[in-house]
Design a protein around this ligand. Structure first.
Ligand code: FAQ
Length: 326
């Protein structure tokens, strides 16, 4: 499907030239590009790639936590967790809608995901064996998501930036609820403290990988930053995240599992151990601990929801028929 902005200048080189000049002006002035504006095809493609990957992450990201809804330790925890998982579904919907303004359909994005042609965040390919994982996901995964996504509120593409504003507000609440789960466990019995520490040990490194490959191996960063989509590099955001975690880990009483983590006064940043990028590559290649299960479950849910999509389409058809007859 071709987007409206392209159709408006198809076969008209002068209009395309004016569109390009206007696009360059908008980017130079740090203004917003809207769906009606002309945009380079590569800009459109980059946004579709990033926004759809992000949407898929939110939808697949519901699975590790929904695993605990039926086993949450109290009614209050169950209600909070259900609300959080529903928020993730909402984030997916805002993001799919933002991507649709670029000329790709929801069906095509969903086909890319369930046929295994689309990426989603590496982080959601890890299992959640204990209740403390709900705390670690909230604290570390939502924490990393906030660090990465607050700058995206200023992304040059209007529908994406606006969707991110609301998403970030909700992610902040998610992060606090995760922190609070861990805090309560850390104030509990020795077994509870160990469970919390074990979850932090398992989620810490994967959460650092969420920011993407090191800057020198990030093929998309330079162009995305030039277009004001990304505002900071992968490594800069990772550093910012670690800086945020260190004091919070002290309050919690958990140890971040990196013996080389230390503040480097001269460089004004944290020194840390090398990330295991082989693990990251394995997960991206579909060989992480839970990749197969996540996709299998997504496919099942898609098939099980077919009757809802069919009913909605039929209802829309009848409504249109009635309006036409009126
Ligand atoms: N996982 O050149 P770069 C959440 C891929 S939402 C998988 O650096 P870019 C909420 C990348 O796509 C979490 N793939 O790429 C929640 C590219 O492949 P491609 C999702 C990754 O785009 C919480 C290749 O590597 N957040 O957590 C990953 O400039 C709790 C080269 O990389 C977003 O999507 C990865 N971690 O930077 C939900 C935020 N990293 O497409 C439920 C928006 C990189 O060329 C529960 N996205 N790759 O084949 C972004 O900010 C960027 O897309 C990055 C990657 C930073 C993720």
């Amino acid at each position: 499907m071709t987007a409206p902005a392209d159709l408006s200048v198809a076969g008209d080189p002068q209009a395309a030239e004016a569109g390009r000049a206007r696009f360059d002006e908008l980017i130079a002035a740090d203004s917003r590009v809207e769906p009606r504006d002309w945009m380079p095809e590569a800009y459109r493609k980059t946004l579709i790639r990033q926004i759809s990957q992000h949407a898929h992450s939110e939808i697949i990201g519901m699975q590790p936590e929904s695993n605990w809804i039926t086993r949450a330790p109290s009614l209050k925890r169950k209600a909070i967790l259900m609300a959080k998982v529903q928020d993730e579904a909402g984030h997916g919907l805002y993001l799919y809608s933002a991507a649709q303004t670029l000329g790709i359909s929801r069906d095509e994005m969903m086909a890319q995901l369930i046929e295994g042609r689309a990426r989603y965040s590496s982080i959601f390919n890890y299992p959640t064996p204990t209740w403390a994982d709900m705390g670690a996901i909230g604290w570390l995964v939502d924490g990393a998501a906030i660090c990465n996504q607050v700058p995206l509120c200023r992304a040059s593409y209007g529908p994406y930036g606006r969707a991110m504003v609301r998403i970030c507000k909700e992610e902040s609440f998610h992060q606090r609820q995760g922190f609070e789960i861990l805090l309560e466990l850390m104030q509990g019995t020795e077994a509870q403290r160990q469970m919390a520490q074990d979850a932090v040990d398992r989620w810490y490194w994967p959460s650092l990988m969420m920011f993407g490959p090191p800057d020198e191996q990030s093929p998309n960063s330079a162009q995305s930053m030039a277009w004001n989509i990304k505002r900071f590099s992968n490594d800069d955001l990772r550093q910012r995240f670690v800086g945020m975690l260190v004091p919070q880990a002290e309050v919690l009483g958990v140890t971040l599992p990196d013996p080389n983590l230390a503040w480097n006064e001269a460089e004004q940043r944290y020194d840390m151990s090398e990330i295991d990028w082989t693990e990251f590559e394995e997960v991206l290649a579909g060989r992480g601990p839970a990749n197969a299960e996540r996709l299998r479950r997504r496919r099942e849910a898609h098939d099980e929801g077919a009757w809802v999509r069919e009913a909605a389409a039929e209802y829309a058809r009848k409504q249109a028929e009635q309006s036409a007859a009126a």
